[in-house]
Design a protein around this ligand. Structure first.
Ligand code: GDP
Ligand code: MG
Length: 431
């Protein structure tokens, strides 16, 4: 099985979902050409972390899909899609998502979708705890999806796994261990009963991940990260992170693809943002670029592409190649007479630092960092006229990123559509 995993190389919302869908579609097509059409899926798409806090927007056949928990491969016939053992699974939200996708004509059943039997459940009380937790806080990073309380329960060994959730008796026993003094509202049975519809709806979808990962079952595995490197609970800008490891796939992966937006965007506060744009430019670009969270609708903060942080993501996550996104959006800068900027170093107390440093793990350190920029002429058009290559100014910018990171781009997204990709065809083909 060949495996290729997409990691968000920044702070999330880099456009992973739509690029995953593009490569999934390409893999299905190539395999069909090689071996003929098949009713059995040959491509596996796997989400390994995060939960209903993710939001991936994919435009397919002019229809916009916002996926939260299900892997984006679900949109492509010929794939099997797994919510892996590291995800936090919200059964109410997932049931809604499945119904909504089905109403758009997407087939979803046990032939193309599974949930790892040991995935941890996000339940109503986790969401209540999340709300309670963020009350009165400013600049908190939570999407209010119950992720942090789910993660706490998992690590405290008071969590509940999918296979237990599906079995009413086991579910009640697990609830008793979680709440030895009784449920916060109502009885254990009452709480378990409130999930009867979801239990029935999801009952056929539980799978043992090891069975799915059996090497002979699929030809291609495409891993789909949620959030991004800087939100990784271990490697990211702690404590402004999420409670999982977006930067560490939990399975073997041959090619690690860093998805890179040509600028920075960040939703939620609680973490330093070196090289944030000035407010008026940020406000005007945000509206044009529709930079609002897919899940929360919160306005995203915008800044210039940060090479210091990107190099660190590449080194830590052993990223082999890059896929660029949203280079087309920077055309707006030329219209405004602005330059495109790249952060090549940080100036901290007069000292220039161009590599990630252990001192950045002190939470206050990067609040003092000033960006050191290189400036580039903006491009009127991301491509030349016949769309055969990037325009000269765009290519200069891309070349410099490649030079500074010593990592190549294999493709550039230029729109929200699944096929809005300039594919350089440089990645290892399946044959
Ligand atoms: P994800 O969380 O990494 O999957 O990214 P999101 O889907 O949350 O956010 C990325 C946004 O940018 C979505 O609205 C996409 O439709 C859009 N998008 C992705 N790639 C491109 C691109 O290359 N150009 C443009 N203009 N939009 C893009
Ligand atoms: Mg997103």
């Amino acid at each position: 099985m060949i495996s290729m995993t997409f990691i968000g190389a920044q702070t999330g919302d880099e456009g992973k979902g739509v690029r995953v869908a593009y490569y999934v579609k390409g893999a299905v097509k190539e395999l069909n050409e090689l071996y003929g059409e098949s009713t059995e899926p040959r491509v596996l798409t796997l989400r390994w972390q995060g939960g209903a806090n993710a939001g991936h927007t994919v435009v397919l056949n002019e229809r916009k899909y916002a996926l939260h928990q299900l892997p984006c491969g679900i949109l492509i016939p010929g794939t099997y899609n797994l919510m892996g053992e590291g995800v936090y699974f919200n059964p109410r939200k997932a049931s809604e998502e499945i119904k909504s996708l089905r109403s758009c004509g997407i087939a979803i059943d046990s032939k193309n979708f599974g949930i790892a039997s040991n995935a941890h459940m996000t339940l109503d009380y986790h969401i209540d705890m999340d709300k309670e937790d963020s009350k009165g806080q400013t600049g908190h990073t939570s999407t209010g999806s119950g992720i942090k309380p789910t993660a706490i329960d998992k690590q405290a060994r008071t969590g509940i796994r999918f296979e237990e959730f599906l079995d009413e008796k086991e579910f009640i026993e697990a609830l008793k261990m979680r709440f030895p003094n009784g449920m916060p509202n109502g009885t254990y049975k009452h709480f378990a009963d409130s999930y009867a519809i979801e239990r029935e709806f999801l009952s056929k979808l539980s799978v043992l991940q090891t069975d799915v990962m059996c090497p002979k079952r699929f030809n291609v595995l495409i891993g789909e990260g949620a959030q991004g490197f800087q939100l990784d609970v271990d490697r990211g800008l702690y404590p402004g992170v999420t409670s999982s490891n977006p930067s560490i796939p939990s399975f073997k992966t041959d090619i690690v693809v860093g998805t890179v937006k040509m600028y920075e965007s960040s939703v939620g506060g609680g973490r330093p943002f070196v090289g944030r744009m000035n407010e008026s430019l940020e406000d005007s670009l945000r509206n044009d670029w529709k930079e609002f969270g897919t899940t929360t609708g919160k306005p995203r903060s915008l800044g210039w592409l940060d090479i210091v942080a990107l190099k660190h993501a590449i080194d830590s996550s052993e990223i082999n190649v890059l896929v660029g996104t949203c280079g087309d959006r920077l055309e707006q800068l030329a219209k405004r007479g602005e330059k495109v900027k790249l952060i090549v170093a940080y100036d901290i107390d007069g000292k220039k630092i161009d590599r990630w440093d252990k001192s950045f793990h002190k939470r206050s350190k990067l609040y003092n960092a000033k960006p050191v920029f290189e400036e580039f002429d903006a491009w009127q058009k991301f491509f030349d006229e016949d769309r055969q290559k990037l325009s000269q100014n765009a290519q200069r910018f891309v070349d410099r990123i490649q030079e500074l990171t010593d990592t190549e781009f294999i493709a550039h997204g230029y729109g929200p559509g699944i096929d809005d990709v300039f594919d350089l065809d440089t990645y290892t083909k399946l044959d």
